[in-house]
Design a protein around this ligand. Structure first.
Ligand SMILES: Cc1cc2nc3c(=O)[nH]c(=O)nc-3n(C[C@H](O)[C@H](O)[C@H](O)COP(=O)(O)OP(=O)(O)OC[C@H]3O[C@@H](n4cnc5c(N)ncnc54)[C@H](O)[C@@H]3O)c2cc1C
Length: 460
């Protein structure tokens, strides 16, 4: 039997489709930068079906692209002829052990569902992204997703004790582990974290759970500038701080002017805003502590104003201002985007140098960098000059990206802080990465996937 009929017979109508209408939504990505094509989308129901399907593809030399929620932002989830393997039917939380603080979740569980399952068990799964309603655990681990709680809990890599994966030859690697300590050789599970589907298909993961906080205080501050933001970050550091995000004026205006129900919480306009979360594990009122922190910052001229959310609805509205930052920018013109990190203390220098560089390239362009100040990770987006033609403006993308990435490299930063390499940054990685690192990556790829059937166009 040739490969496609064999896959059809293995997976049945729920797990195999060639219907263009069903497949279409999974061929475009969120930013509309990539348009894909595939002869077939397969959706196995469990690990054994993934393994059998991979064996069929491997025998026929068919390349496979794994896909979870399709929220990836670097093109690694848009097929160009590969078999599209969706994990979305593998969406069971297999077990939760509050005693071990471990949840075993299948790859297709959405991040929101994983958070909810942890919460129902009296625990917290701290990964949090604006895409959490759609993105999946498999995608989160394969991209080593970051999000807004990295400052306290780390990236997705830190939240895993082991994974189960199907290898390119169809073997099942079982690295699921409840152990906090296990020094028995190479940490093979970690190879698959951030591998973007190039080494195999993650089918399940053992995720670390944490104590559920008794309360959360969310504050939005108006800032005179980024140096002040750095000093506020320094003062706010401590076990309670779980989020420190920054938003520029242009970004806040773009969101509040284009999203019903979201408004500027301040009466005056300010150059920058910060969004901070503090979580507490003991009961009682901790607001006096936060008020004292903000009062001191106000006196020192580090903030101009502050709003402390008084209830869950207000807290959600403040977070929505940050979460809609990318979406809001779509309304104010074309945008050239970067997802970069530099050492935290160098963020203000990065912003000044990058703003100068891009304005020299395109006078009138509007830098709108925002994001995870506490992690040194800025989504450095640059909106077109007001009224500029989008296509004309986007012709500057390569020059702008080179200028920005040159500064990042000079500051000892990374050209991909949390979205990965995919197709988008493949050439940049090849050009900028340490040759020894690239060689080691190629050696691993060849050892594990000698016939290059796993996401072969992605990353390396
Ligand atoms: C509005 C919005 C906000 C976002 N915010 C953030 C943010 O704050 N931080 C952040 O890090 N990212 C963010 N992202 C990017 C994206 O949500 C993450 O990269 C997410 O982890 C991708 O998960 P997914 O399930 O959608 O993966 P997909 O998009 O389906 O796939 C992403 C990559 O992982 C591979 N892959 C998927 N599943 C598997 C699997 N089971 N096994 C092996 N490989 C697999 C794919 O082949 C692809 O290379 C955001 C995206 C959007 C649209």
């Amino acid at each position: 039997m040739s490969a496609l009929p064999a896959l059809k017979s293995l997976l049945g109508p729920k797990g195999f489709t060639q219907d263009p209408e069903i497949i279409a939504p999974w061929l475009t990505e969120w930013r509309d930068r990539y348009q894909g094509q595939t002869p077939v989308m397969i959706s196995p129901a469990n690990t054994d079906e993934v393994a059998a399907a991979v064996k069929i593809c491997a025998r026929a030399g068919l390349a496979i692209m794994p896909q979870g929620g399709n929220t990836g932002l670097v093109g690694g989830n848009t097929p160009q002829g590969e078999v599209l393997l969706s994990t979305r039917r593998m969406n069971a939380v297999r077990s939760i052990s509050p005693a071990d603080n471990i949840m075993i979740a299948e790859a297709g569980v959405t991040l929101q569902a994983a958070q909810d399952a942890a919460s129902d068990a009296g625990r917290k799964f701290p990964l949090a992204l604006a895409s959490q309603g759609s993105c999946t655990i498999g995608g989160n681990l394969s991209t080593n997703a970051g999000g807004v709680h990295v400052i306290k809990y780390g990236t997705a890599k830190s939240l895993v004790t082991g994974i189960e994966a199907v290898l390119p030859n169809g073997q099942i690697f079982n690295g699921l582990s409840h152990l906090k300590k296990d020094n028995t050789g190479y940490d093979l599970s970690r190879l698959f974290l951030g591998a973007e589907g190039t080494l195999g298909i993650i089918t399940a993961a053992a995720l670390r759970l944490y104590a559920k906080p008794a309360s959360l205080i969310r504050v939005m501050v108006a800032l005179p500038g980024l140096e002040a933001a750095m000093q506020l970050l320094e003062r706010a550091q401590g076990p309670a701080l779980t989020m420190f995000e920054i938003i520029p004026r242009l970004g806040l205006s773009a969101v509040t002017q284009n999203h019903d129900g979201l408004s500027d919480p301040f009466t005056a306009r300010h150059p920058w805003y910060g969004l901070l979360d503090f979580e507490y594990f003991s009961t009682g009122d901790h607001s006096a502590e936060i008020e004292a922190l903000m009062g001191g910052a106000l006196e020192a001229g580090l903030i101009r104003d502050a709003v402390i959310a008084q209830n869950e609805a207000q807290a959600a509205n403040l977070l929505a201002l940050r979460e809609n930052m990318s979406a809001g920018q779509k309304f104010i013109g074309a945008s050239i985007k970067h997802d970069v990190s530099v050492p935290v203390g160098k963020v203000p220098e990065f912003m000044t140098r990058a703003d100068d560089a891009v304005k020299r390239l395109v006078p009138g362009c509007r830098p709108c960098g925002f994001g995870h100040l506490g992690d040194g990770n800025i989504h450095y987006n640059i909106s077109s000059p007001s009224g500029a033609d989008a296509d004309d403006y986007l012709k500057n993308r390569d020059a702008m990206q080179k200028a920005v990435h040159d500064i990042v490299t000079d500051l000892g930063g990374s050209i991909s802080a949390e979205h990965g390499i995919g197709i988008l940054k493949k050439d940049d990685l090849a050009m900028r990465a340490d040759p020894v690192k690239l060689e080691l990556m190629r050696t691993l790829k060849t050892a594990i996937d000698p016939d290059r059937i796993m996401n072969p166009r992605v990353m390396i």
